[in-house]
Design a binder for this molecule. Structure first.
Ligand code: PMP
Length: 398
């Protein structure tokens, strides 16, 4: 007997489960469009050249512990990357700590919400959203709920529904908003819509929690992609932001990210920092060195930064090209339905609108691995696999 015989088996994460099935499939035709990681035209993982160059500079660096809140230059550069000029002169009412990538930033922020916002404050996430938002709230003991986001029938944003849900939520609720390149739908509000969202959030005293996993990855332009966070900042919100360098620096396994909290009160900042440090200390003492050093090196060196911006343009450009190729291939095959959402959506993912049954058919017959929700990681496709995938969709919807 064991103390642990009663431990129930946890459900498999839907994304991880699909990726395991892909790995186990011996078919030479198999295609993985499930995982949210960039692949090059050869469907291979890609390490950015700016990262390789920074790695060379870091050879021989010590392995000493970092401060509990991470590398100061990394934290400042992260906040500046997201908030841009808007934060000039405002630094004293912001606190940024290095985190275990975007996931760690969301987690730390949600713990802070539980401890220091009024009891019962609910965290709202879009329907659908990155599944981990709800896992994190649940595990952190924070109530979470959904707000309307996607219109499954018309494959676009349900903006009226979103605004109605924001109005209906209790004043002072936290709203997780995806900075850009919404995961999983690839569907973002327009600039005008962001303005209305900010109006309603202000009226309702809601608190934006901006999840920034794809800055630079949506349009290829870092400033353009940061629009929503800067809008909330400029409108004077107290807010949270969680940054991830997994996608835009390709640092998936290095776990480099940052949590920033913006306050109205400069005096609150040292106390907030002290609490964030206490939580970090109790969880893992201090963050990992390598990824944050790489980011700080690239962001702090004009030549490497220019190289990074160029590589971001190439990655986001390839994704845009593949979107167009997939759309054209579906039109060329006269596949019934309107597929224009594939080219209207932005970022790594497209929400195809395929039903779970159609997805299952494609996985079984074609060995193309996408999520049951119909989400496809466009980065997993290339000019060679697009015709095969279009054939599979044509077959599944006919
Ligand atoms: N938020 C969203 C919306 C994401 O898509 C992701 C990446 N899948 C993350 C946060 C965090 O990823 P990571 O922990 O790798 O930075």
């Amino acid at each position: 007997t064991s103390l642990f015989t009663n431990v129930p088996l946890a459900p498999v994460d839907p994304i991880i489960g699909v990726s395991q099935a892909y790995k186990a499939d011996p078919s030479p035709n198999k295609v993985d469009v499930s995982v949210g990681a960039y692949r090059d035209e050869q469907a291979k993982p890609y390490v950015l050249k700016c990262v390789r160059a920074a790695e060379e500079r870091l050879l021989g660096a010590t392995k000493e512990y970092l401060p509990i809140d991470g590398i100061p230059e990394f934290n400042l550069a992260s906040a500046q990357l997201l908030y841009g000029k808007a934060m000039n002169g405002q630094e004293k009412r912001m606190v940024t700590v290095q985190t275990l990538s975007g996931t760690g930033a969301v987690r730390l922020g949600v713990i802070f919400i539980r401890k220091y916002l009024p009891a019962g404050t609910t965290v709202y996430a879009s329907r659908p959203t990155w599944v981990n938002h709800h896992n994190i709230c649940k595990e952190s003991g924070v109530p979470s709920a959904e707000y309307t986001y996607y219109d499954n029938k018309n494959n676009c944003l349900n903006f009226e529904g979103m605004i109605a849900d924001m109005r209906a939520a209790p004043n002072g609720s936290v709203f997780i908003l995806h900075l850009c390149a919404h995961n999983p739908t690839g569907c973002d509000p327009s600039k005008e819509q962001w303005g209305i969202i900010a109006d309603v959030m202000a009226e309702k005293k809601h608190i934006p929690f901006v999840d920034c996993a794809y800055q630079g990855y949506a349009s290829g332009d870092l400033d353009n992609d940061a629009y929503s966070a800067r809008l909330f900042f400029e409108r004077g919100f107290e807010m949270f932001s969680a940054q991830s360098y997994s996608k835009n620096f390709g640092l998936y396994g290095e776990r480099a990210g940052a949590l920033t909290i913006v306050s109205h009160s400069e005096a609150a900042i040292p106390k907030m920092l002290s609490q964030l440090k206490m939580d970090i200390r109790a969880m893992y003492s201090s963050p990992p060195t390598h990824g944050a050093r790489l980011v700080a090196t690239v962001l702090g060196d004009p030549a490497l930064r220019a190289l990074w911006i160029d590589e971001l343009k190439q990655m986001s450009g390839r994704i845009l090209r593949v979107r167009k190729e997939l759309y054209d291939a579906l039109v060329a095959r006269n596949v019934p339905g309107d597929w224009s959402h594939i080219v209207k959506q932005i970022g790594m993912f497209t929400y195809t609108g395929l039903s779970p049954a159609q997805v299952e058919y494609i996985v079984k017959k074609y060995h193309i691995y996408l999520l049951a929700s119909g989400r496809v990681s466009i980065a997993g496709l290339n000019s060679k696999s697009v015709p095969y995938f279009a054939d599979a969709i044509a077959d599944a919807v006919k």
